[in-house]
Design a protein around this ligand. Structure first.
Ligand code: PLP
Length: 405
């Protein structure tokens, strides 16, 4: 069997009755499925540190590792010419089908989806307005955002020239709506903190005839989220390609109503003379994003979850064995929905603070990255390759042992 066939067969082994553990090459990126050793080790050559990622999908840590199939798509498409509009048309149609949206396009990350989607709402198909952005004289210019959603990501919206109008309640929305109101924006991870929930936000948008947009960047798990907000009635849905979806780190998805996607594309490359010209995606990312999304949607999500849990257990057990160590495993209610391990300790028993501990793991061999504060370590397993949970567990135990002396 060819390597790929082997992987395909392994990944359809039913989960029940199989001893689950990180040895199953389910989302494998390790030995069994790894490409042959590179001819040129460019990281080494340039002296760039690489590491085991027990932190998660962080932009600064280069996000995620793409599946071999996605990388193959990128390699293959890099060797042929194709018109960008043809790629966006064909891939947009497929993504829309997969996510039950009317239309879709690939963007340069979720941030770019936010900018382009907003730009499209402001300009519609008016070429004059496209050229005018970010100067909104004689155009709609206000975006309603709940107070608890008014975080740094709104800068993507204000890039278009629009200004944010902060609201808290449905009454505030009623008062704020006027002829300048262009859009109502919802930040999914802030959802539980706001006074107005997603479905009510959509209903208010419909009531006042204002398009609604949701930023669900890191919320691609559970998989239902990818269609949920389209079905709920959001006019535009923005997703990161390079987080849980494991697509190209510099790609994302904008999906929603046909008219808005068409208008967003007027503000985006390959067209110039618009605010989106710098947010370029080429054929490799457009096709790579599609293949990554397809693979993500079709995977066995339950089996995947089990693998993450098992990896977390391996690391948790290694830490728990030390007196004075406390662990907990939780799943965030929104954003980065994956089992998340927190480790802390009594510093009279383990004589190091958690910042210094993470520093030791970073400087160790192999280098390991995780999150946390002075008082805890925060670890996820979804960006680990097979077997790396054991390496992380071993390094945690080694450093805990040293510090407990
Ligand atoms: C990561 C993130 C973004 C930006 O997404 P990119 O894909 O990195 O451009 C926007 N909004 C939220 C809530 C995010 O978490």
């Amino acid at each position: 069997m060819k390597r790929r066939e082997v992987i395909k067969n392994l990944s359809i082994i039913p989960v029940s009755g199989v001893v689950l553990g990180s040895a199953i090459p389910f989302e494998s990126t390790s030995a069994a499925s790894a490409p042959p050793a590179p001819k040129r080790d460019i990281f080494k050559e340039l002296g760039i540190r690489t590491f085991i990622n027990a932190a998660g999908t962080y932009t600064a840590l280069s996000g995620c590792i793409m599946h071999e199939e996605t990388v193959e798509t990128i390699r293959y498409s890099s060797q042929k010419f194709a018109a960008i509009d043809d790629c966006q048309d064909a891939v947009g149609k497929k993504i829309a089908e997969l996510c039950q949206a009317e239309a879709a396009m690939v963007t340069a990350g979720c941030w770019s989806a936010l900018v382009l989607g907003t730009a499209g709402v402001l300009t519609g198909m008016d070429q004059q307005k496209v050229a005018q952005l970010p100067h909104l004289e004689n155009m709609k210019s206000e975006i309603l955002v709940q107070k608890e959603h008014n975080h740094g990501y709104v800068h993507a919206l204000t890039n278009t020239g629009a200004k944010i109008v902060v609201v808290e309640t449905a009454e505030d929305v009623a008062k704020a709506v006027n002829e300048k109101t262009a859009m109502m924006w919802f930040l999914n991870y802030a959802g539980p903190n706001g006074k107005i929930q997603a479905n009510e936000w959509v209903a208010l948008g419909k009531k006042y005839g204002i398009p609604t947009m949701i930023d669900m960047a890191a919320d691609s798990t559970p998989v239902e989220n990818l269609s949920k907000f389209n079905k709920m009635g959001f006019d535009l849905v923005c997703v990161s390609g390079g987080k849980g979806l494991r697509g190209p780190q510099s790609a994302g998805i904008l999906m929603g109503k046909k008219e808005h996607i068409a208008a967003a594309r007027l503000n985006a490359p390959p067209r110039g003379g618009n605010i989106g010209r710098g947010m370029k995606v080429n054929k490799e990312e457009i096709l790579g994003m599609y293949v990554a999304l397809e693979k993500f949607i079709n995977r066995d999500h339950q089996a995947q979850w089990k693998i993450w849990e098992n990896r977390i257990a391996v690391m948790e057990n290694a830490a728990k064995a030390f007196p004075g160590v406390t662990t907990s495993v939780t799943v965030p209610p929104v954003a980065n929905i994956t089992p998340t391990l927190s480790i802390s300790w009594d510093t009279t028993k383990i004589k190091v603070d958690c910042n210094e501990f993470r520093n030791r793991l970073r400087k160790g061999e192999p280098s390991i990255e995780m999150m946390g504060s002075k008082d805890n370590l925060v670890i996820t397993a979804w960006m680990l390759k097979d077997g790396e949970d054991k390496i992380v567990a071993k390094r945690i135990a080694e450093e805990l042992k040293k510090a407990s002396a």
